[in-house]
Design a protein around this ligand. Structure first.
Ligand code: MSP
Length: 666
């Protein structure tokens, strides 16, 4: 049995939960549920970050003490997580005594190492980040590069952490543990940041009181990030205590890309100084925008409320959409229309139909009782579905383990598709007409139900309620913990003679009328009015972003090509495996593409001015696979990815839904 300890960031209590918070927490929950299902000793932590100037200011703006504000907001987080079926084992609040003790203990250890000294700090501070910025890193007008709000000049006496001492040890750690920062694009950014030089860090404040006091110097409170990062450890109780020994180091800190520097640089340096082991992985996921806009307090239309969505469309549909729509690690844009599109196409149509059809067949031709287990059949469709199930179980497990829930779901959907095909191809209703085929009919009904149970078990990390419902309907146990399917048991899981439920519609289709009503409920009236043209209200899954003004093309349309000419272009879907700058070439990136071939393809793309390498990894693109290979700046390019733009690149080719790599584009 392995051990798996996963954490989410602890959320600031100056804000109530929104889509972004829900995303991180749902993703971590799916990982924790998967590891419990395979029998790992799993622990999953989330919580709230309650100290610091930001929270103090938010409380005073409401006429509250900081702790009173925290008490209120914490309840919002707890109830949101309960509604979203978050299975955290613990919830830490940084205002708890257990937290303070470990923060101070860590401080002492760092001091004993000679890594803490007193000095004076002056610099530009962003309260929203709770961080100082060198002037060169500020945007024009001395704005915070992240929040675009004015940075404040602060000057105070401060304790410093000798972080500079850990630059080399940290680089060595990156070198020896390539999986420490994931995905790879983010790792490269962090490595370059550290290579540019680590400076000592100011780790105490005297200008406000709302924090953990510095041991032995009550004038100072500990810098909120030093305190906050320690939550991952303080939640396990005293260092050397039982829980600490059992779960530290954490397996994965799942975080948003905005806070990677704190987790992949400050935190490991603190641990190195305190002589404690480093977490295995810091996995940073992308950033959601809402209909093209950054989520912000000043824009109500971006404040997607996960609870309301879950009330209206079901918790599992929201969990599914968020984890399926965007590979973990990439940025994503949330559009209500896409949520409904996926709901209709994948949940109501693919999965819902499969379950209701199989149950109908079992009711009609087996009297609602699970047929006996038969010897495996050695022909056609029966072999195929067994093979697909075996493959899917292995693939989905590998993707969950690799923090790729979207790919796990993609794999699971191959079995959903195969099971639908199995029913179509075997035609149990035809078998039922011939007494000679009674055994085959029984085998077919059982296999279809077994496939559904297998799907349910693999889906359970993402859709726990649906999985339990399906398991119960097909006559399997509804308890979905510790139940990752074993390939060798496929076809023999369900107990003969068990009752099969009546056919039921798990995901009622959202028709156009209902969709219109939901959009009216979800999108604030002022946001609707502000749209240049209403987004398409069709249930299709196409991305329905806010309509942008049409760009005029200065280039006339080129002369005609024949259909044959076009047919010579072998266009394919490929996924970006890695992306990196080419030294000395400001416009070029070297991409490795998975195009469904045995070997990855190397392609040089002139997109460096429009895309960061970290934004590309995991993204699916369309590329010309049979372009003559060419050496560009000494790097061989074996194809070309399609991008929009005349002089510079303004957008990359993309697909409106998940399509397997290697698929031809015509
Ligand atoms: N309190 C700090 C974290 C301390 S961890 C030791 C903090 N809190 S936060 O509430 O501002 O945000 C925490 C996390 O919420 C982000 O890192 C990210 O995981 C998630 N998200 C917030 N907005 C988001 C999006 N728009 N999109 C995706 N995730 C986002 O930072």
């Amino acid at each position: 049995m392995s051990r798996f300890y996963i954490t989410t960031p602890i959320y600031y209590v100056n804000d109530v939960p929104h889509l972004g918070h829900a995303y991180t927490t749902i993703a971590a929950d799916a990982m924790a549920r998967f590891h419990r299902a395979v029998g790992d000793d799993t622990r999953f932590l989330t919580g709230t970050d309650e100290f610091g100037l930001k929270v103090e200011q938010a409380a005073s703006a409401r006429g509250l003490e900081p702790l009173a504000l925290a008490d209120q907001v914490v309840e919002r987080f707890r109830s949101t997580w309960a509604q979203l079926d978050i299975s955290n084992d613990d919830f830490i609040r940084t205002t708890e005594p257990r937290h303070r003790e470990v923060v101070q203990e860590l401080w002492r250890r760092m001091t004993e190492r000679g890594d803490v000294y007193k000095g004076k700090y002056e610099g530009w501070y962003c309260v929203s980040c709770e961080a100082y910025y060198p002037e060169a890193d500020l945007s024009e007008g001395r704005l915070c590069p992240i929040h675009k709000s004015a940075a404040t000049w602060l000057s105070e006496s401060s304790y410093f952490f000798r972080m500079s001492r850990y630059q080399e040890p940290l680089l060595q750690h990156f070198e020896r543990n390539p999986g420490f920062v994931q995905p790879e694009g983010h790792r490269n950014e962090v490595v370059s940041f550290v290579k540019r030089g680590l400076r000592d860090l100011s780790i105490s404040r005297t200008t406000f009181r709302w924090g953990v006091p510095v041991p032995g110097d009550e004038e100072h409170v500990i810098y909120v990030w030093i305190d906050a990062l320690t939550n991952y450890m303080s939640a396990l109780g005293p260092i050397d205590g039982e829980l600490h020994r059992r779960y530290w180091p954490a397996t994965c800190h799942l975080i948003g890309k905005d806070i990677i520097r704190f987790h992949a640089v400050y935190w490991p340096c603190m641990l190195l100084s305190a002589g404690l082991p480093l977490p295995e992985t810091v996995f940073s996921h992308g950033w959601w925008t809402v209909r093209g806009e950054k989520i912000s307090k000043s824009m109500p239309a971006t404040r997607v409320d996960p609870n309301r969505l879950a009330d209206d469309i079901g918790v599992d549909a929201v969990r599914y959409y968020l984890l399926r729509e965007v590979p973990l690690g990439l940025d994503g844009d949330f559009a209500y229309e896409n949520l409904i599109g996926r709901y209709n196409a994948e949940l109501a149509h693919d999965l819902g139909n499969l379950v209701s059809r199989a149950l109908t067949v079992a009711q009609k031709f087996a009297g609602g009782t699970l047929p006996a287990i038969q010897a495996p059949r050695r022909e056609g469709a029966h072999i195929e579905i067994t093979e697909v199930a075996h493959r899917t179980i292995a693939e989905a497990a590998a993707h969950y383990r690799g923090y790729a829930p979207s790919r796990a779901l993609e794999a699971i959907w191959r079995l959903v598709g195969e099971a639908n095909r199995y029913i179509n191809n075997t035609q149990p209703w035809t078998m039922a007409k011939s007494a000679a085929r009674a055994e085959e009919l029984e085998h077919t009904i059982r296999t279809a139900l077994e496939a559904i149970l297998c799907v349910a078990r693999m889906l359970a990390p993402v859709m726990p309620k649906t999985a339990a419902d399906i398991a119960e309907l097909v006559g399997g146990a509804a308890d979905m913990t510790r139940t990752w399917p074993a390939p060798e048991r496929f076809g023999r899981e369900l107990a003969p003679g068990a009752r099969v439920g009546e056919s039921r519609i798990l995901f009622p289709r959202i028709d156009e009328e209902k969709q219109a009503a939901l959009l009216d409920r979800w999108i604030p009236a002022d946001a609707r009015a502000a749209e240049p043209s209403a987004p398409a209200r069709t249930p299709a899954a196409g991305p329905a972003k806010k309509a942008k003004p049409k760009a005029k093309s200065s280039a006339p349309v080129a002369g005609p090509v024949t259909f044959e000419d076009f047919g010579r272009m072998d266009l394919r879907v490929a996924q970006v495996l890695s992306a990196e700058a080419i030294p000395g070439a400001t416009k070029l990136l070297r991409l490795m593409l998975d195009a469904g071939e045995p070997e990855p393809r190397q392609v040089v793309a002139g997109i460096a001015e429009a895309y960061q390498p970290g934004d590309l990894v995991g993204r699916k693109v369309i590329f010309l696979a049979n372009l003559e290979p060419a050496a560009i700046r000494g790097v061989t390019s074996q194809g070309m990815i399609l991008a929009a733009g005349e002089k510079g690149v303004v957008g990359l080719s993309a697909l409106d839904r998940d399509v397997p790599v290697g698929t031809k584009v015509r």
